[in-house]
Design a protein around this ligand. Structure first.
Ligand SMILES: [Zn+2]
Length: 256
């Protein structure tokens, strides 16, 4: 009887250790946000979160320093991470973002909107993004872009020196936009563009799988000079990421 009791006690304490141990490990292993310089005046920002069903997920955004000011593309996953990201940007660039653009209504792209607005950055998004954000537990941006047009130039003093925002139609979501910085030939594709090693489209829950390939073709056509292509969830590459995503999207559409 005593033996059985001791064995049960040992099991219980082991189970307790395992569950608290796991939580501590999760908190400790969530990497902090980071900034990586990839070209003159261009940085990728990275942040991580645990997403149920997906595990630890990296999300990337962009920081661009133009003659007209600093543009932040996408927040980190959370307000806390976005506060940390703003500190990193300040330390690295010596200034804060003048504008922030978010590329669609999911937490990896705009989960830190409150932190931005607390720091005086209102945020800009496609009107569809602000329509969809509240139902997904996300805070709206203060400003809209691309109202009634597909292309808009921001922070441009003259010519193509600023950042260009482009709406290619529905793909990963109905509101997904991409951002291009012509001086560095950098195209930020967000979640519309898949990393080279990906074998599927990722999260299609709010997507338009039938239009996804066409949306990427629209991006390729809009930015024929783009050389560096950056997806949300994996390493940057070249234009082959556009072709790879078109292939995955066509496969997924055919399999429906
Ligand atoms: Zn998304």
């Amino acid at each position: 009887m005593l033996k059985k009791f001791l064995a049960a006690l040992a099991f219980l304490s082991l189970a307790a250790c395992a569950s608290t141990g796991e939580k501590v490990q999760e908190a400790e292993t969530l990497p902090p946000p980071s900034l990586e310089k990839i070209a003159d005046n261009v940085w990728i920002h990275k942040s991580y979160d645990y997403v149920s069903g997906w595990g630890l997920v990296l999300s990337q955004g962009l920081v661009v320093k133009t003659e007209g000011g600093v543009a932040l593309v996408d927040t980190a996953w959370t307000d806390e991470e976005t506060e940390a990201l703003l500190s990193l940007i300040n330390a690295e660039l010596g200034e804060s973002p003048d504008i922030a653009i978010v590329t669609h209504a999911h937490a990896d792209k705009m989960g830190g909107m409150k932190a931005l607005q607390d720091n005086g950055i209102g945020g800009r998004a496609h009107p569809f993004t602000n329509e969809d954000a509240p139902a997904r537990g996300l805070r709206k941006t203060m400003f809209s872009i691309l109202d009634g047009k597909t292309r808009e130039m921001l922070l441009g003093l003259e010519g193509e020196e600023g950042v260009t925002v482009f709406y290619p139609g529905a793909g990963h979501t109905r509101d997904n936009i991409v951002v291009y910085y012509a001086p560095a030939k950098v195209l930020f594709g967000g979640c519309l563009i898949r990393p080279g090693a990906s074998k599927n489209l990722g999260n299609t829950a709010d997507g338009d799988v039938d239009h996804w390939a066409q949306a990427v073709r629209n991006v390729a056509e809009a930015f024929p000079d783009a050389e560096i292509v950056i997806p949300s969830h994996g390493p940057m590459g070249g234009r082959e990421l556009l072709d790879h995503t078109i292939e995955l999207a066509e496969e997924a559409a055919a399999a429906q």
